[in-house]
Design a protein around this ligand. Structure first.
Ligand SMILES: [Zn+2]
Length: 237
């Protein structure tokens, strides 16, 4: 066979394989993106898509929902090749500064001096794995210019302040650090591992975070969850 034809066939096979892989990897995320856009435009048409702040989705789940809205993106969703989303994105479907964010679990709240939109809560004991420390990270609570929507009870520099579950932490925003490029209004929530010495690890790396599914009692793993809306049974507090 002509060498060029053989090379062509091999190249075609490789490209088709890569294309199929990208399609399969990104497919659930494309479905979720379409739903997020529809929610942002017409949230009032889809009340059944929303979870409610402070409610527990399963009776054996340790965490309550930290805010209200559509769980638009899941843990380990991929926004581009090689990217792994480290938490949940819950979109209010409202303007910025309107939809409350509450503590999913009790713990010790810290807000670093430079944090405009984020705070993190230390759990000295992981409720699902006693003996392990974890941290709950809440972010995007500011407007595009970095005007904070975090409760005035937790100013920058707050360190280790004990808060009960359900404490009002602030309100959803769309701060990304780039004023000209805000996100949709949402809360990003993640469960971050400790370095073993009482310090949280880098939240941007998925290996430093945990699958939130068992903590909320609903399927929140982007790799294994279906393309459907992730609903909540809402068994109350
Ligand atoms: Zn996110």
């Amino acid at each position: 066979m002509d060498k060029r034809i053989l090379v062509g066939i091999i190249l075609f096979g490789v490209l088709a394989g890569v294309g199929f892989y990208v399609y399969v990897m990104m497919r659930p995320k494309l479905g979720r993106s379409a739903r997020v856009l529809e929610w942002i435009r017409h949230s009032q048409s889809h009340p059944e898509w929303s979870v409610q702040a402070g409610t527990r989705c399963a009776s054996d789940a340790p965490f309550v929902m930290p805010t209200s809205g559509l769980i638009g993106y899941l843990w380990d969703d991929s926004f581009r090749l090689g990217h792994h989303h480290s938490g949940l994105d819950i979109f209010s479907g409202t303007a910025v500064g309107v939809t409350p964010v509450v503590a999913a679990y009790p713990g010790y709240l810290t807000r670093l001096p430079e944090w405009k939109s984020a705070l993190i809560v230390h759990l000295p004991e992981d409720p699902l794995q006693p003996g392990r420390q974890i941290w709950l990270y809440y972010t995007h609570m500011a407007d595009p210019n970095g005007n904070s929507f975090i409760s005035s009870e937790f100013p920058p520099g707050t360190t280790g302040k004990l808060i009960p579950a359900g404490t009002l932490l602030g309100y959803q925003g769309n701060y990304t650090g780039e004023a000209a490029n805000p996100s949709g209004v949402h809360l990003h929530f993640s469960i971050v591992l400790d370095d073993g010495k009482g310090h949280f690890l880098n939240e941007l790396e998925i290996k430093n975070t945990l699958d939130p599914s068992p903590y909320f009692g609903i399927p929140l793993n982007g790799k294994t969850a279906s393309d459907e809306v992730v609903a909540c049974g809402q068994v109350g507090n």
